[in-house]
Design a protein around this ligand. Sequence first.
Ligand SMILES: Cc1ncc(COP(=O)(O)O)c(C=O)c1O
Length: 421
Amino acid sequence: MDLTVAGAAALDRADELAPFRQRFAIPDARLIYLDGNSLGRLPLDTRARLHALLDEEWADQLIRGWGNGWFEAAERIGAKLAQVVGALPHEVLLADSTSVNLFKLCVAALRAQPGRHVIVTDALNFPSDLYVLQGVLQLLGHPPDALRIVPAADGLSVAPAALAAAIDEHTALVMLSHTAFKSGFVHPLAEITALAHARGALTLWDLSHTVGAVPVELHAAHADLAVGCSYKYLNGGPGAPAFLYVHEDLQARLQNPIQGWIGQLDPFAFEPDYVPQTDLRKFLTGTPPVLSLMAIEPALDLLLEAGLARVRAKSMRQTEYLVALWEQQLQPLGYRLQSPRNPQQRGSHISLGHEHALGIDRALIEELNVLPDFRAPDNLRLGIAPLYNTFSELHAAVQHMRTVVLEQRYLKYQQQRPLVT
Ligand SMILES: Cc1ncc(COP(=O)(O)O)c(C=O)c1O
């Protein structure tokens, strides 16, 4: 691999997805943004869509807008998102946050299986997910040890066999982050789903770091449940509503524990008793956040236009390229690869460990116009969004990471951990 500046430029020239970068708002082209795995960039079409939504719909139509597509937006956009996660159109909805959706589906899954109460997860899971699982068990009156957290022996990954050993006849749910937020490790979704089913358990996948970056086939794999956010690789905007997926075979068996009027069979009948919708809409609760919901659609259209297969192929080329740069130029300076070596087993970010990771992160941001993120205790995450990140950016970021260590610029930032990293 040609790891020179010229080599990076040649890779960019050969990149068929390169024109998609122009479809995003990039007010400062010098900023090397490597945090699209936390908050994706703003698509230009989203800006136009939101302006129209404000001026032509909210301002002009007022309450009539609800009859003009707002009310069904959660299902309509959910059906589009279904294409990105290999689901049927009626298996996906946009609502609430990932944590709230996780809560709803977890409680529903446990209540549907009275003889089982154990939840199996792993140490790679996102902390919010663990908090939700702990809260669900407490709420339903189960002991804390009903949560089995399978350790990650190497700190980066968990083998299916280790999960298999934890799943038994008491297990109600196997709940995992499909792509781990720190290491980027990707679980084999179909294999683990089959393994859980063989022992009578359901699966619930958090696809937050997967959706829009790594293809999955939820329906074909017979995955039972899934949730995920839309503000990372889906570029839906800060705090954009999350999604939930329920396999069609399971929809009749599950009930939403947060009952509200939007999930009621006939909300505008204003009946005093709750009767749930007969389809996935029963997992809606309150009034949908129309402005942020609508912002997701142009971003989804952009992704579907690029094609997830091409996005994944470029993502793998780019993470490979970054790993090659790391090996040659960063490893000698104390950076450790904290993501799987095999591109098939990782998502679209690379984690590099360093004893001065927090100071390096701050120096890159404050002094060198590179924006990765930091995950405690020692992880620098370099998120690659193939729709707008270039090979030249990756090359330049690595040179800056060398500078920070060679010039010990991290020393200045040792004690500063900002509110959001
Ligand atoms: C893997 C994963 N799960 C869950 C969440 C929490 O999502 P939310 O804040 O939408 O509840 C995040 C947030 O970054 C995440 O990365």
